[in-house]
Design a protein around this ligand. Structure first.
Ligand code: PLP
Length: 485
């Protein structure tokens, strides 16, 4: 399979190179030139490993299938349930539990696998450089990437997160990370600043002299992050078929709590690969730039930025939307123009025709903070479900969506990751996060994930805080170090 840049369809590369590079050299994102159409009938009854193997080997068709199978075993063996991503119910809708991995957020589904994919890509392309992973995080990617890459040979990872812009637990998860190849930095700025910094570093001309080191990305701009997320859209659908809840071919809609537009884009790719999907519902918090875009066709990042109880969605520049623009239009020149508008003027507008096309497949709703609090309480009291604030945003969007089709809500984080905020919604505020975890467990009977309950005892290992303007210098220092040893 071939990949091209969203900003230049003549810039072709292989899957291996796309995974290693992360971002295309012209600043665009890599997209496949075609997608396989799957015979979905033949996938019913496969367990998660076999389903992932079938789907991912059709996408990474030049990778060794046995190696991929071993990698999937290693990655998904780290989850706390054999099903990997169990499907349950919330009222008369379905809840896809994506938070059973080692860091209790959905990012684990891709980031437990990415280091293995990268290793395979390396072998495939004969690359012998050291890999330096740069990651911007709004809270969850950071820890999942650190866990995935810590102590991986020939690899170093730096994570930038917004100083005071992540939850207490997210902070502790990252700051306590062990491993001799990890660096965690709080940058004074928001997620968009961190993401911009990382993107700038990839295309920084003076960094090219560090030619023994290859920069790469663990963000959803990397196709190695994106493709593994396609699998659970299929797995939840096939589960419903297997349980006799729907007939094969029945269309369903997915509700996705959205930040960088990576997760929902994976759903769009699943649809293009043959999954019967009516709508992909983009749920946003108070940062409603995507809701407005899906309504009007105007993407306007010049707006107030809110810190909310769903920090992983506190984003104004949703990178993967660029991929949707490319797929929906097939016009890389137009995409490049829009992205130039965005970086110069902070906004762009798409044509009426393109908007109509996108609206035929997507819906967008925004759910404000006070509503989120009410929804967490409502889900607990009416449906007996404990959900985290990100999932609550999606739950609220699902309630606004009125089509009469089966609805699957993607639950992206364990409620224990945001324990005190969740407990405050259903009862009162506890003294701290750990007490809130205990109280939540007592109230709900839902077990506390071990990776979270053990955080309290773990020493803080990373405390560096920088101004965002000093980010490039910090990266260059590490590049120098890695070039010498
Ligand atoms: C990352 C994240 C999201 C947003 O996913 P995107 O792929 O960035 O749209 C939503 N919820 C949680 C808990 C997350 O960690």
């Amino acid at each position: 399979m071939e990949f091209v840049s969203t900003r230049n369809h003549k810039l072709k590369t292989t899957a291996a190179k796309a995974i290693i590079e992360g971002l295309a050299q012209d600043g665009g994102l890599y997209v496949p030139t075609s997608l396989p159409l799957l015979a979905i009938n033949e996938l019913v009854g496969l367990d998660y490993h076999d389903l992932a193997l079938a789907i991912l080997s059709s996408l990474f068709d030049d990778f060794n299938k046995e190696e991929l199978s071993v990698a999937l075993d290693k990655a998904y063996g780290l989850f706390d349930t054999r099903e990997v991503v169990p499907l349950s119910t919330i009222g008369d809708r379905y809840l896809l539990e994506l938070y059973h991995g080692p860091t209790s957020a959905f990012k684990d589904v891709a980031l437990t696998l990415l280091p293995h994919l990268l290793k395979m890509a390396y072998k495939q392309s004969g690359c012998d450089k050291k890999i330096y992973i740069l990651t911007a995080t709004s809270g969850d990617t950071g820890k999942a990437a650190l866990e995935g890459f810590k102590d991986v040979e020939n690899t170093y990872i730096t994570v930038f997160y917004p100083h005071e812009g992540v939850s207490e637990i997210q902070y502790r998860q990252m700051a306590t990370t062990a491993g001799n190849n990890t660096q965690v930095i709080a940058a004074r700025g928001n997620f968009d600043d961190c993401q911009r910094l990382v993107k700038k570093a990839y295309n920084h001309k003076t960094f090219r002299k560090y030619d023994k080191v290859q920069l790469s990305s663990a963000n959803s701009i990397n196709i190695g992050r994106l493709f593994p997320q396609i699998v659970y859209y299929f797995s939840s659908y096939l589960q419903l078929v297997k349980d006799g809840r729907i007939k094969m071919g029945t269309k369903v809609s997915f509700v996705v709590p959205t930040g960088n537009f990576g997760n929902i884009l994976a759903g769009y790719l699943a649809k293009k690969m043959g999954l019967p999907v009516l709508h992909l519902i983009c749920a946003s918090n108070d940062n409603d730039v995507l809701t407005e875009f899906l309504d009007t066709g105007v993407y306007n990042a010049c707006r107030p930025f809110y810190l909310t109880t769903s920090p992983s969605m506190d984003i104004l520049i949703s990178s993967n939307l660029e991929r949707l623009l490319y797929f929906a239009s097939g016009d890389s020149e137009m995409v490049k123009g829009l992205m130039d508008d965005l970086s110069q003027n902070g906004r762009y507008q798409i044509s009426e025709e393109l908007l109509k096309k996108i609206q035929s497949e997507f819906r967008g709703y925004c759910i404000k903070q006070d509503e989120v609090a009410r929804l967490i309480k409502e889900a607990f009291e009416n449906d007996g479900r404990l959900i985290d604030p990100h999932t609550a945003v999606a739950y609220g969007a699902a309630k606004k969506y009125e089509e009469e089709v089966p609805v699957i809500i993607l639950s992206t984080a364990s409620p224990y990751k945001f324990a005190n905020n969740v407990y405050a919604c259903i009862k009162e505020r506890a003294a701290d996060e750990y007490e809130a975890m205990e109280l939540l467990a007592k109230t709900s009977g839902m077990p506390i994930p071990k990776n979270l309950s053990s955080l309290k005892e773990m020493p803080i290992r990373h405390q560096e805080v920088i101004d965002i303007e000093d980010g490039l210098k910090t990266i260059e220092r590490k590049l120098q170090e890695l070039s010498h040893d």
